[in-house]
Design a protein around this ligand. Structure first.
Ligand code: ADP
Ligand code: ZN
Length: 521
């Protein structure tokens, strides 16, 4: 067999392996089941493509997106590698012809969509291949799709494990850029990996800077100013909804910022056109929903801005990670507002499936933690992937760069904790806030909380301000949270008692003041 280094050069024209690639390739060649966790752009594809070429039989690659599949296959074919795909876009005859070509050994890599994999006719085809030329490998790309905890759950992925049971001798290689502990566990179990080796690459992207900005009335002007400062460099702006994309895109256009919208409501033709014009640098700014980006490799995106709150940190990592693929400095900015938070929570509560609701709320909680914390943003992001970031200061996020301004909120903190105490530690933050503000809600009347001594003692702050203070107390460990099925209640702990007794102080990070509006040049 060709040495792997020679094969790398011969088939792909590369002089050396990227970190981790060689170990993975060698393990796969030794029939080892593997889970590979590597950030996007790390070079995962090669870790199954190269073994596929060196092993005698057929390699099956499961991939969730038809566009990705086609793209990979054309690239391989351009390198003279025998690869093809079968999916629902093909006429029946063409699919059958490709399967015959694979059976005769003319094809080394066959890409399939997961729903195809499980069709009886395809399973029969696999049986045949297994008995003749042999199945070299089953590569499962975007393997996080098996997990409800991933950002892109596909129920069909759940059944891939049954294929593994049917062909026990075929090694399985699962690949993903999602590395949370839960997803990792799910993949190992669902795909029935056998004594798997897990390859976990670092997810840190040192060239990306992270920043969270408060969203307020002046944010739009801030954004315009930022884009003017970028002067023609590529920037992606993510919004939550199609309507949000359209609105922002039109406003920016009016303000002379050349941009194009991208969302699933546009026709495929328009979408492709806008995407291509962005990639070719015809237009510097793309305003998009998260429909944009998977499998897109534009190396020189200088900033990714989340104008609305992302749904989870996983998605945030992936989307913001589209900046700076060339390794040059690039910025990741998230706009955070309380109303976005409420809106997202509202959408989640509309979900039918309770399990999914719980997952979505927990994930949202992580986004709040990221955006409200005064800790290093990089450390929080990486800890989400169970990766430790050992340095105290990353030197490239807002929290590390500007040591946060802290404000002594001990008195207000005591008021809040008193509210928690007098309502007998059995309620959520909002109810406590309503009591402090002297609200006249049904719940307050039902529990007669209008009779409490603390009732109405906190009228000087808005509901939002009190809520943020409650959150900050929680964050700093002055409150304990009890999670129930789909709500939380809060109680005092040793630290809160200390604060109440005046034995310690409570500092809250000051909300960044809106930068003053500047006149357009
Ligand atoms: P991933 O699937 O992990 O997102 P890809 O497999 O698409 O990453 O690889 C990212 C890019 O790196 C591709 O353009 C690929 O051609 C390139 N690449 C992969 N391995 C190597 C290597 N050993 N040397 C040089 N370039 C590589
Ligand atoms: Zn930092």
């Amino acid at each position: 067999m060709l040495h792997v280094d020679q094969a790398l050069k011969q088939y792909f024209g590369y002089d050396s392996f990227r970190p981790g690639q060689k170990e993975i390739v060698e393990a796969v060649l030794a029939q080892q089941d593997m889970l590979v966790l590597m950030p996007t752009g790390g070079g995962k594809s090669l870790t199954y493509q190269l073994p596929a070429l060196l092993l005698p039989g057929l390699t099956i690659v499961v991939s969730p997106l038809i566009a990705l599949m086609q793209d990979q296959v054309s690239r391989l074919q351009a390198n003279g590698i025998e690869a093809t795909f079968v999916n629902s876009t093909l006429p029946y005859e063409e699919g059958a012809r490709r399967e015959r070509a694979a059976m005769s050994g003319q094809i080394k890599l066959l890409y399939v969509a997961p729903e195809r994999l499980l069709k009886p006719s395809f399973l029969a085809f696999l049986e045949h291949v297994n008995k003749t030329i042999g199945l070299s490998l089953l590569a499962v790309d975007e393997a996080h799709c098996v997990s409800e905890w991933g950002h892109d759950f596909r129920p069909e992925y759940r059944q891939i494990g049954s294929v593994r049971s049917r062909f026990p001798d075929m090694p399985v290689l699962a690949l993903t850029a999602t590395a949370t502990e839960r997803v990792r566990e799910d993949i190992l179990v669902q795909l029935k990996l056998r004594e798997p080796m897990v390859h976990l690459a670092s997810f840190n992207r040192p060239n990306l800077s992270y920043e969270v900005r408060k969203k307020h009335k002046g944010s739009y002007d801030e954004l315009v100013q930022f884009l003017r400062g970028k002067a023609g460099e590529s920037v992606i702006i993510y919004c939550l909804s199609r309507a949000g994309v359209e609105k922002l895109s039109a406003e920016l256009e009016q303000d002379g910022i050349d941009n194009l919208p991208y969302h699933a409501g546009l026709s495929p033709k328009v979408r492709t056109d806008h995407q291509n014009r962005f990639i070719r640098d015809d237009v510097p700014v793309l305003v998009a929903t998260i429909a944009f980006g998977m499998g897109i490799a534009k190396p020189d995106v200088r900033a990714v801005i989340h104008y609305d709150l992302p749904k989870n940190l996983e998605g945030y990592y992936q989307e913001s990670g589209r900046a700076g693929r060339d390794g040059q400095p690039a910025e990741c900015i998230m706009f955070f507002s309380y109303s976005d938070r409420v809106r997202t929570q509202y959408f989640i509560n509309q979900k039918e499936n309770e399990q999914q609701q719980i997952i979505a709320l927990q994930q949202l909680q992580q986004v709040f933690k990221y955006s409200e914390s005064s800790e290093c943003r990089r450390r929080i992001l990486l800890s989400y992937f169970s990766e430790e970031f050992p340095e105290a200061n990353c030197g490239n996020c807002d929290n590390c760069l500007q040591t946060a301004q802290l404000e002594d909120r001990s008195d207000d903190g005591r008021t809040f904790l008193t509210g928690v105490h007098q309502t007998r530690e059995r309620f959520g933050l909002y109810h406590v806030v309503d009591v402090l503000r002297g609200a006249n809600t049904q719940k307050i009347r039902d529990f007669r909380h209008n009779l409490l001594p603390i009732y109405g003692h906190g009228k000087k702050y808005s509901r939002e301000e009190w809520f943020l203070l409650g959150q900050a107390l929680l964050q700093e460990g002055f409150l304990a949270e009890d999670r129930h099925e789909n709500y939380s209640t809060f109680r005092l702990n040793a630290k809160s008692v200390k604060l109440l007794k005046g034995e310690t102080e409570f500092y809250q990070k000051m909300v960044a003041q809106p930068t003053s509006r500047q006149a357009a040049p």
